[in-house]
Design a protein around this ligand. Structure first.
Ligand code: FAD
Ligand SMILES: CC(C)=CCC/C(C)=C/CC/C(C)=C/CSC[C@H](N)C(=O)O
Length: 484
């Protein structure tokens, strides 16, 4: 590569200490070396949408909880940080239509296969193959990033992974995409809808790409971090030697300063309110790692031409996570099973008026105690309910025979997807000002934020040193074929 003649940046700011911001700190350190000062502004708690709550002396995930076996950045972070995968606890799924359970997973694998074949023909196997095909293409991003290639927009990144087919996927609904592939409407209603409801709180009218991610999030081998997923965020901050600034960023503006030796140089001024009041600092590069959407951040951008909005079009979907330590009322689920025989851990729901809840899951603590097994419904335990609206006490009394404690967290969780979308927000807001969460409009998941973080660190580096040959290269898949 060309010799780096330009001076290295001195200071970089990252706004947001979730998995996106902390992964950006990690990758920026990797790209720019030890000298650059990296500051991460966090208005709330490090981890952001990765959060836990203590119930009865154990911590439980209230936000992002599962990770796919092929999420290679998340895997890599664990290795780098010396964290481990949480012990696996067996699970069993059922589907609820608001009145009764329409499907219950058997302990016997073969029984499940025969039932599914009987009801849905080859839809199940074909869905597995369809998702695998998309994942195969998705995995190309890791090779591109290993070879330091970066992309200046979400569309260009998606195109490099899966060509026009990925761009079509984000611009059509999952329903349209799957019907076009020959899946039946009954299969979409009975099986695919419960998955999009539990994973994104929405219907099969979400975009096809996030729909495939959602289906991947219902496959086998899913894992979580021992001790809690948010440990990855604090670990990445520590590893990258980034400084956390506990403050809310209120404004970012562009400033210029005359230089004795060369042309006028520009930099960014970040205004924030911290523990000791309002203050500001200047930076060479800034990465915004929080959604620029109503209710999630309110940053004023000034002095930019064209102007940068505080909020991009679209909204985030509310998902309420209600964690109840209590005794489940099986008659709510309309099942005749006795509590001692009820070992279902995940109840998914159909898109019916009667099913106001999106899912009901038995939660395991982030650290599995020795000898822990899933108990039947005879015992009081921690359940998590996802719903769009907060649940009333009356509703909770229908679901539970007794409640020891109730914890409610209202998340603006992920974009409210309604394809076709005009255009995903840009990665590049201005010359050296970047936006990580643009990627969520393709799909929101921990790994998507990590991929975006790696991409922005590479992009910021290549643009700083004017290495254009590593940005937006066409046909990378063919060119890198045969490379390790
Ligand atoms: C209920 C729920 C369940 C989920 N389940 C999964 C799952 O199982 N698997 C999965 O992969 N993904 C899941 N997700 C999605 C996943 O959690 C997110 O995609 C991911 O955590 C986003 O990380 P982020 O760092 O990009 O954003 P965030 O985590 O939102 O981080 C942004 C941070 O910026 C801070 N901030 C905002 N404004 C300012 C400001 N002005 N100044 C300073 N700081 C600011 C915020 O406090 C926040 O900490 C789930 C999300 C939710 C809500
Ligand atoms: C990005 C890729 C290729 C795969 C990610 C698959 C994945 C883990 C998707 C899950 C996304 C998501 C927003 C899940 C929310 S709910 C999770 C769980 N069912 C729960 O009940 O907590």
């Amino acid at each position: 590569s060309a010799p780096e003649v330009r001076e290295a940046p001195r200071k970089i700011a990252i706004i947001g200490g979730g998995i996106g911001g902390t992964a950006t700190a990690f990758f920026l350190r990797q790209e720019f070396g030890p000298a650059v000062k990296i500051e991460v502004f966090e208005a709330g708690t490090v981890g952001g949408r990765l959060a836990t709550e203590n119930i009865g002396g154990h911590e439980y995930e209230t936000g992002g909880s599962i990770i796919h076996p092929l999420n290679l950045h998340m895997k890599h972070f664990l290795d780098k940080l010396g964290l481990s995968v949480r012990a696996d606890v067996s699970s069993k799924m059922a589907i609820f239509d608001g009145k009764e359970l329409t499907f219950e997973e058997s302990d016997w694998y073969l029984v499940n296969v025969i039932r599914m074949l009987w009801r849905y023909g080859l839809n199940f196997i074909r869905m597995h193959m369809w998702v695998e095909g998309i994942l195969d293409k998705f995995m190309r991003i890791y090779q591109y990033q290993q070879f330091s290639y970066s992309f200046s927009s979400v569309e260009k990144m998606l195109h490099a992974m899966g060509g026009d087919s990925f761009l079509t996927l984000v611009n059509q609904t999952l329903e349209e995409a799957m019907l076009a592939e020959g899946f039946s409407q009954v299969f979409l209603n009975d099986i695919v809808t419960p998955v999009t409801r539990v994973n994104y709180g929405q219907t099969v009218r979400i975009n096809g790409f996030v729909g495939a991610v959602s289906l991947a999030g219902a496959s086998s081998g899913l894992w979580a971090v021992d001790g809690g997923n948010k440990l990855v965020c604090s670990g990445l901050l520590y590893h990258s030697k980034a400084e956390v600034v506990p403050a809310r960023v209120t404004a970012i503006s562009m400033k210029t300063r005359p230089s004795k030796t060369g042309p006028v140089t520009s930099f960014y001024e970040v205004n924030y309110i911290g523990e000791s009041g309002a203050a500001h600092s200047t930076y060479d590069i800034v990465v915004v790692a929080t959604p620029l959407h109503q209710g999630l951040s309110d940053i004023n951008f000034s002095g930019f031409s064209p102007p940068i909005p505080s909020h991009f079009p679209g909204r985030y979907h509310q998902t309420v996570a209600t964690l109840v330590h209590g005794l489940l009322n099986l008659s709510y689920l309309g099942t005749t099973l006795k509590p001692e025989d009820f070992y279902i851990s995940d109840v998914l729901t159909l898109d019916k008026k009667a099913s106001e809840i999106h899912s009901l899951s038995s939660l395991d603590p982030v650290k599995i105690p020795k000898g822990y097994t899933r108990s039947s419904a005879t015992q009081s335990k921690v359940w998590k309910i996802f719903s769009s609206q907060p649940l009333s006490q009356k509703h909770l009394q229908q679901i539970f025979l007794s409640q020891e404690s109730v914890f409610e967290k209202r998340w603006l969780a992920y974009p409210s997807y309604s394809p076709p979308q005009r255009r995903t927000p840009p990665f590049i807001l201005h010359d050296r000002l970047y936006y990580l969460n643009a990627v969520e409009w393709a799909a929101s998941a921990m790994e998507m934020s990590a991929i975006s973080a790696r991409n922005l660190a590479l992009l910021a580096h290549h643009r700083w040193y004017e290495q254009t040959a590593k940005i937006d290269q066409e046909d990378l898949h063919t060119r890198l074929r045969g490379e390790l």
